[in-house]
Structure formats: structure tokens, C-alpha cells
Ligand binder design. Structure first.
Ligand code: 8YV
Length: 322
């Protein structure tokens, strides 16, 4: 008998093929009356496949009394209460490591795009200004610059490793100093922001990191500073960021994530010292395929072997994760 799997969000066609093979599929987005469905069938659902954006709402988790495994397409799982899941014996999995390179590349792409004014210069060519006004104004190099990384997990380490090729002077802030990390540690985020030209945000979202980058941090980064956010919009106080950019208290920003996606403040859209991307840090064909495969692997292994490949830390003590 195939286990019943509830799908939240939109998996890739490749994932759908793999999942359909192994599970009886129920797609939340295609169910007319989800509440009636859950009332009648909630107890038959043993697995959920979701993503970092949709997560699993507490009401949904509560409506699935026999849920055993939640597989999240994405490394960030702030939309899932993993502690509550672990207490119920539900193992939550995510997709770490396979996206490290592309997310790190996105961070560096944004640093370069803001500093070298890629979008501005592209428009310079297309608009004919190159012909009518001559060369575009000079831009700023990222070479040899001090960079502070907020969050020194797997992706933070990858960003640092890649920035070494640009001879950047690297520092980091995280809750505690990490062993075997060769970069300067700051216990105080504002102090680090004061000492760097670029602040790269790559720390998990959720209540613990909400608005960690607030007005004092942004002011410390200052008019010559650039903020890069490829983590979660919630980590940065977006209103404070917009105000600082408007006042010229911050030099520029490269933003892949926002507080209310897909809504982006009109003020940011109007600025030419910011580069905006639509939450595409991991969005390459190659990486999304690897993430999809790992999302499916976690579900299949759970039901075949009682084990998963990549449980989230909150669930590390559950038998399936050990
Ligand atoms: C996805 C992400 O966009 O991995 C993450 O944490 O933010 C992204 O790779 C997200 O999971 C939504 O699908």
C-alpha cells in the first residue's frame, strides 16, 4: 500500500513524477475545500512535502494526527515549527549543502552588481547613452574590501571561501565564535557593521533573528556601505532599510529576499543604488534538481527504511534521524 502524501506548494514536474510513483498524492492547492478534506482524510496522511515559502501552518499540522515526516524543499524551514513537530515524533527534513554554491554565487553576484552598477550600466548601453554621453561613471571595486558575514553556517562559509578569490578582508558575526573558522569574529553585529564595507546576511529566518539588522546596524554600515540579503526578508528591518537608503545613510543594497514576498516596497523599486532579485538564491536548474531529488529521497527513505538523509537539527534525536 502506498502511503498518503499531502503536497503543499508546487513541486517540480520531476519531483511529481518521482512522488507519484511512490505515494498516493493529495495536492492541497487542488483540493476545493481543504478543511472538509482534512476532516475526512487528515488521519490517513503520513507525509507532507512542502517548501521553505509555504511551510506547514500549525493548523495544518494539527489536522494531521498520523503525520510522520515533513520534507521541505529548501534549506530554510522557518515556516515549519520543527520543535513542535519533534515533540510529536514527526521528523522534519530539509535540503542543506546541495544549494551552498549557487546561493553563495548569488551573494557575490549581488555584491558585484551593486558595486559595479551592472543594471545601471546595462541601461547605459541600451538607452544609447554610451553614444550620446560617452563612458558611464566609474564604479567601485569589491577587491580587497572588508566584508562582514552575518551567519557562518554552511552557506556563510562558502561565501567566505569564494570571496577569498577577491582578496576580501573577512569577518563574521554569529551567536558564538566557531572553532576552525579563520575569519575575524565579532560578538557585536553593530561593531562589525561599522568596520566593513559590505554586510552579507545569510542567517536563518524566524523569531530568533527577526530584525537583527535594524537601524543601528544599518547606520553603522553607513553611507559607503552595502547591505546584501540572501537569507530571509524578516532578518532585516525593511522600513529602516528603505529610510536609510532614502536619507543617504546607507550606500546601497542587493536584495534577494523581502519581508512580504512577492511585495517589494515601491521606494526600493525606484532606487538605482539597489539591485533586486525575486528570491532566486538557489534557483538554477542544476541546484533545484538536486534539492528536489533530496526532498524526495528523504520521503522515500523514511517509508522504505525508517531513516532520512537530512533531518533538521531540532529533529536530530528522533530515531529516523539517528
Ligand atoms: C527556496 C530557500 O526558494 O532554501 C531556501 O531556504 O529560500 C529557497 O531555496 C524556498 O525553499 C522556497 O521554495
Amino acid at each position: 500500500m502506498k502511503p498518503n502524501l499531502l503536497i503543499v506548494g508546487n513541486p517540480t514536474p520531476r519531483m511529481m513524477t518521482q512522488l507519484t510513483d511512490r505515494f498516493v498524492i493529495h495536492r492541497l492547492s487542488e483540493i476545493d475545500d481543504p478543511q472538509a478534506f482534512l476532516k475526512a482524510n487528515g488521519d490517513s496522511i503520513e507525509g507532507v512535502a512542502t517548501n521553505g515559502h509555504d511551510g506547514v501552518k500549525p493548523e495544518l499540522m494539527a489536522a494531521l494526527p498520523n503525520l510522520k515526516v515533513v520534507s521541505c524543499f529548501g534549506v530554510g524551514y522557518d515556516g515549519i515549527d520543527a520543535t513542535a513537530a519533534a515533540e510529536r515524533g514527526i521528523v522534519v527534513t530539509h535540503t542543506p549543502n546541495v544549494l551552498n554554491d549557487d546561493v553563495a554565487n548569488t551573494a557575490i553576484m549581488l555584491m558585484l552588481a551593486v558595486s559595479r552598477r551592472l543594471v545601471h550600466d546595462d541601461a547605459w548601453v541600451r538607452s544609447g547613452k554610451w553614444k550620446s554621453q560617452g563612458s558611464a561613471p566609474l564604479t567601485r571595486s569589491i577587491e580587497n574590501k572588508p566584508v562582514g558575514i552575518l551567519g557562518m553556517g554552511r552557506i556563510g562559509q562558502k561565501i567566505a571561501e569564494k570571496l577569498r578569490a577577491f582578496n576580501c578582508d573577512l569577518a563574521y558575526h554569529s551567536r558564538s565564535e566557531k572553532a576552525d573558522i579563520p575569519y575575524r569574529y565579532y560578538s557585536d553585529l553593530t561593531a562589525m557593521a561599522r568596520d566593513v564595507d559590505y554586510l552579507v546576511v545569510i542567517t536563518p529566518g524566524g523569531a530568533a533573528t527577526r530584525h537583527l539588522v535594524d537601524r543601528p546596524v544599518i547606520d553603522a554600515l553607513g553611507p559607503e556601505g552595502t547591505l546584501i540579503n540572501i537569507a530571509r526578508g524578516s532578518v532585516v528591518d525593511e522600513a529602516a532599510l528603505v529610510k536609510a537608503l532614502e536619507d543617504g545613510r546607507l550606500g546601497g543594497a542587493g536584495l534577494d529576499v523581502f519581508e512580504n514576498e512577492p511585495d517589494v516596497p515601491a521606494a526600493l523599486i525606484a532606487m538605482d543604488n539597489v539591485v533586486l532579485t525575486p528570491h532566486v538564491g538557489s534557483a538554477t536548474v542544476e541546484t533545484r534538481q538536486a534539492m528536489g531529488d533530496l526532498t524526495v529521497e528523504n520521503l522515500v527513505r523514511y517509508f522504505d527504511e525508517g531513516k532520512v538523509t537530512s533531518a533538521v537539527p531540532e529533529c536530530a534525536q528522533l530515531p529516523a534521524a539517528r
